[in-house]
Design a protein. Structure first.
Lengths: 228, 228
DNA sequence: CCGTTATTCAAGCGTACGGTTGAATATTCA
DNA sequence: TGAATATTCAACCGTACGCTTGAATAACGG
């Protein structure tokens, strides 16, 4: 009886640990994060996560086995997506927990932002209203592909590596708030630095796309091309 | 530059995955679950999780390295506890996600409850009021030790293996709602069966102690004995 | 029908992990 | 001080995991 109970408990916790195992590998967390922005094919995910395609496929299958993501065949591609909004919440919770408890996270981000005048972040909540009033320009420095998958309302898309060349597209008289994916991404900081050098008033947004979605905010999405 | 960004991202996700790794081992999520009920010493945890003491110690140190639990030396014992309420939330989320997505969980629990007339659960929310009005008797069938760590308000403690002998302590004219830790535990079901055989009107409660705590409900606690 | 492309399968390799065992380290009590 | 007890440390073993490489499997286009 008691031993039967043990077996039951063991098999149960083994199942729970399956989703634990799914987020035990850094690259898998990153993939989930990526998918939190929108559905993508294997090759795209592999590129964004900087891993080989077979490796990405392997990871995605692990995630699929844990029912965290779903695969949908779309012509020649396989479109992966989060199985549920709850999964997105879970990942955000995981990140939040890590950020709150692991001093290392703070250290790592600080090490990157170090000396450059600090993050100078602005909260997304504050922004919503000011954007609507046209007081600020919101700049999305993600690659166009990620912008397409979801972006801040009314945000202008200029990928970081094109920013220098396309600076004239931004109005100089308004404050610019740059963002990229995730709360810890350096890209936004680099953009802010560049803009400041060029005489703009620029700041960095605190949260990225997946966080908005997790918070239930609406995320503007360009319709996905029918061809590709 | 882009490679620097990669390194940054990698080290960041590596930190996130630390939390993931912490809940990648079944026994560790069981330990977290146990700790969700209240602080305990290593030996007690080892016993409850059915693992050796050194093994438990090892797991606990992994959890401590991930900042999910905290250790506090109390005389000869080391009292482990969850580092934060958020950790409890996280574990509940994890379990919920697993239960929602993994058909296996449903299967396993069903295999145990099979044929015996079903779970017949009653939600904790519904119960709160009825207990206050004295309409039902709430029965805690956990071991006394676990009862001491935290239990439902006004619950009567009769460990499952003493239940048969102490049946007369329960009033026959009121409905009895039995519970034990976690939403999937068989003990409550067994208690309900026994009670029904003896002529009681009995049901099983849906959620266990850690869930209440995670929901922010108050949990009655008997003061911890100074001696043991 | 054949080449191309996206994805998956399969095998192999090095490392890390979970668990065991036995000894070492604290802390309390006499 | 010395015995008793709770916990941790350290070494070890078998397995599983993450990643790579190379081939196999689908789906589309000419």
């Amino acid at each position: 009886m008691t031993t039967a109970h043990r077996r039951f408990k063991d098999s149960l916790y083994e199942q729970f640990a399956r989703v634990g195992k799914a987020v035990a590998a850094p690259k898998r967390v990153e993939l989930l994060d990526l998918l939190g922005q929108g559905s993508r094919a294997v090759e795209a995910l592999a590129g964004l996560a900087a891993i080989s395609v077979p490796n990405a496929s392997q990871h995605l299958q692990v995630l699929r086995a844990a029912r965290l993501v779903e695969a949908r065949k779309r012509g020649l591609y396989v479109e992966y997506s989060l199985a549920d909004d709850e999964v997105g919440h879970f990942v955000v919770t995981l990140r939040g927990l890590a950020a709150a408890r692991l001093a290392e996270v703070e250290q790592i981000t600080r090490a990157h932002f170090d000396g450059r005048g600090g993050p100078d972040a602005v909260a997304g909540d504050e922004l919503i209203g000011r954007v609507r009033r046209g007081e600020v320009t919101v700049l999305d420095v993600q690659p166009a592909e990620e912008y397409r998958a979801g972006h801040f309302p009314r945000a202008v898309s200029i990928p970081i590596d094109e920013l220098k060349a396309r600076l004239k597209e931004l109005p100089k008289d308004r404050e610019v708030v740059a963002y990229r994916r995730g709360p810890y991404c350096v890209m936004a900081v680099e953009a802010v630095e560049l803009l400041r050098q060029k005489g703009f008033t620029a700041r960095r947004m605190e949260l990225g796309v997946p966080n908005w979605r997790a918070r239930g905010w609406r995320v503007a999405t360009v319709r996905r091309g029918a061809g590709a």
